[in-house]
Structure formats: C-alpha cells, structure tokens
Design a protein around this ligand. Structure first.
Ligand SMILES: [Zn+2]
Length: 190
C-alpha cells in the first residue's frame, strides 16, 4: 500500500519535470526520464570502480515496451551484447589496468533472461511516466593500479546514437564532482 501511494505521488512529479525540461528550464530532478539524456553515477573506492547507468530505454532500443517484432528482439540482443562487452562502452584510464568484474542490467520492459543475466540487485525505479521505461545498468571493475585511475571514457554515445547528453556524478578520492558529457566530449575526469 505504502509503495503504491508513493508511486502515485511521484508519477505526476516526473511528468511536470519533463515539461520543465521541454521549456528549457535548467534545474531538473536528477534521473528524470528525458529521451536523449541519461545519468551515470561513478564511485571510486580504493581499487574498485563502479558506474551506475540510468537511461530511458528509448535511448538504447528506440522503443520502451516489451519487444514484439523480430527487429525489436534483435535490437535487444545487439544492445545487451554492447552493454556487456568488456572494454566496450565504458573505458577506465588504461594505465589503471581495470578489469570489468560485473555487469548487471535491469528494465521494467525486459525480462532478466532478455538482459542476459540474473535479476538486478535493485529493482528498476517504478516512477517513470506512464508508457515509459528505463534501462538501469550497474558496472564494476577491479583495478590493478588504482593510483593511475582518474578518468572514464563513455562510448555509449557511439553504440547508442539516440543518446546525446549524459549527466555524470563522480564520488572519487578527491571528493564529489559533476560533468556533462556529449558525443564530442566523452571523457569524465577526476
Ligand atoms: Zn520514455
């Protein structure tokens, strides 16, 4: 009951927020569902690097419902292969010698089997506007030389051309910082 109430309260807020972004307002709720934009939260902790992606599913697949046609199913296969490929879409500073340890993908529109793995650690957020769905990704690396780790190159833009802007939040050894990445500015540094 509590969760249902919460979703009912949150849903109109997200829609209002989308409207504001459409009008060009600068401030908006982090993580709001806006097609073309995504959020990446990066945490550096000793030799562990973690990146949490929150993106409208439209950026990844071009649609936001359970795949029906063979073309839609193929889009899921290609996207999952790209997201799970080590050294593919997210590249830590090469000198830090980081090895991808875990990729966990989740979406309210796709089954865990379609996403090529077991269920997510945390269920997808239920507060997207009606008819929309997100893709959540959790990526973690172990780095042999963490003293050289100071950047992450985000090549998601190349794999998924519907994505144009990414808000990146970093919690690293020097504290917290934020950056906006685009196709032409794909590396966040800390
Ligand atoms: Zn959407």
């Amino acid at each position: 009951m509590q969760a249902k109430l919460r979703a009912a309260v949150l849903r109109p807020l997200s829609i209002v927020c989308l409207g504001l972004v459409g009008l060009g307002a600068q401030a908006h709720e982090p993580g709001a569902h806006v097609h073309g934009a995504a959020v990446l939260r990066v945490v550096v902790d000793g030799n562990t690097l973690n990146a949490e992606l929150e993106s409208p599913l439209d950026n990844i697949l071009g649609y936001e419902h359970a795949p029906g046609t063979p073309q839609e199913q193929q889009a899921v296969k290609l996207a999952v292969a790209a997201l799970r490929k080590p050294g593919g879409i997210l590249q830590p500073t090469p000198a830090a010698q980081c090895t991808l340890q875990k990729v966990s993908l989740a979406s309210a529109a796709l089954t865990p089997a379609m996403l090529g793995g077991a269920g997510p650690a945390t269920p997808p957020s239920p507060n997207e506007p009606a008819g929309h769905a997100d893709l959540d990704g959790d990526f973690s690396w172990q780095c042999a030389k963490p003293e050289f780790l100071h950047s992450l190159r985000v090549d998601l833009f190349l794999a998924f051309p519907r994505l144009h802007k990414m808000q990146v939040e970093v919690a690293g050894p020097k504290g917290q910082s934020a950056a906006t990445l685009t196709e032409s500015h794909r590396t966040v540094q800390w």
